[in-house]
Design a protein around this ligand. Structure first.
Ligand SMILES: [Zn+2]
Ligand SMILES: [Zn+2]
Length: 274
């Protein structure tokens, strides 16, 4: 495994996390990882459904940080641990304001901005795709990403850029960068101009997708447009998914001409050779 840093990892501090922080750390050591960046979920104003805990995606940052600091020193000679968060974006001003306060409240190493909602609806639920083509649903998602990133800019990379394809009726079988090239280019250009990166998130293939999120053509296009900041993360919610498909990602990135991937510390990228 050439890539030795998993920069998108959840533990039970995330509402949908399965493995504890220590379980993830021990698995990381077993795999020979050099570092793990914990990126626990926080999604303000999430439209919870019946049966959900009403604070499921609100992160208790203090408890998370205390635990992380404890393990950071306990395992310092075996693995490096970073303090990150995956912040769910929405464009309405009251949510933007909460995210701004949240992002400033602690000295995070890394902030991933993610769109888990599209205009208030979670694409995880089939109704998001009902009554229209899958392509139209994908498009609305990309449009909402652009609104989200323009409304809130205090992040380092944008997470799983085409997350929406994980949940459509045909997953990523009928989907391509080419179908949405105009809007995806607009997103990528904005990210590059604002010195922000994208990630290769291997959570897609783990869920049966053909490609990671975003798809390889988007990763390639980011580079063609001048983008240089790529992070790689498994989006593991349980320990067995840590470092998933990293060998494959290493080769694909090298084939595209990428030489380095990034790991953030104190909100600054450090580059590692692929
Ligand atoms: Zn996510
Ligand atoms: Zn995640």
């Amino acid at each position: 495994m050439a890539i030795k840093h998993d920069t998108h990892v959840h533990s039970t501090f995330s509402g949908d996390g399965v493995s504890t922080m220590e379980e993830q750390i021990l698995r990381g050591i077993e795999l020979g990882l050099s570092s793990i960046t914990f990126t626990e979920h926080n999604d303000f104003d999430f439209p919870y459904r019946e049966g959900d805990t009403q604070d499921m995606f609100l992160l208790n940052v203090d408890s998370y940080l205390y635990e992380l600091l404890k393990f950071k020193s306990q395992y310092e000679d075996k693995i490096k641990l970073y303090f990150g968060v995956e912040l769910g974006l929405q464009p309405q001003p009251e949510t933007v304001k909460k995210n701004l306060i949240f992002a400033r409240a602690h000295e995070y190493d890394f902030i991933i901005a993610s769109s888990h909602l599209c205009h208030g609806v979670d694409p995880y639920y089939r109704e998001f795709f009902e009554g229209r083509s899958e392509e139209a649903a994908h498009r609305e998602y990309f449009e909402s990403i652009l609104e989200n990133m323009k409304a809130f800019t205090n992040f380092d990379i944008y997470g799983h850029l085409d997350y929406v394809v994980r949940y459509g009726p045909n997953r990523d079988n009928d989907y391509s960068y080419a179908k949405h090239a105009d809007i995806i280019d607009e997103i990528l250009k904005w990210l590059i101009e604002n010195e922000k990166g994208i990630e290769v998130n291997t959570g897609g293939p783990r869920r049966g997708l053909l490609e990671p999120n975003p798809c390889w053509d988007i990763v390639k296009r980011y580079k063609e447009l001048g983008g240089e900041i790529i992070t790689v993360g498994s989006d593991a919610h349980e320990k067995d998914d840590l470092g998933y498909h990293f060998d494959d990602v290493t080769e694909r990135l090298k084939d595209m001409g990428y030489k380095y991937y990034a790991v953030y510390e104190n909100r600054l990228p450090e580059y590692f050779r692929l």
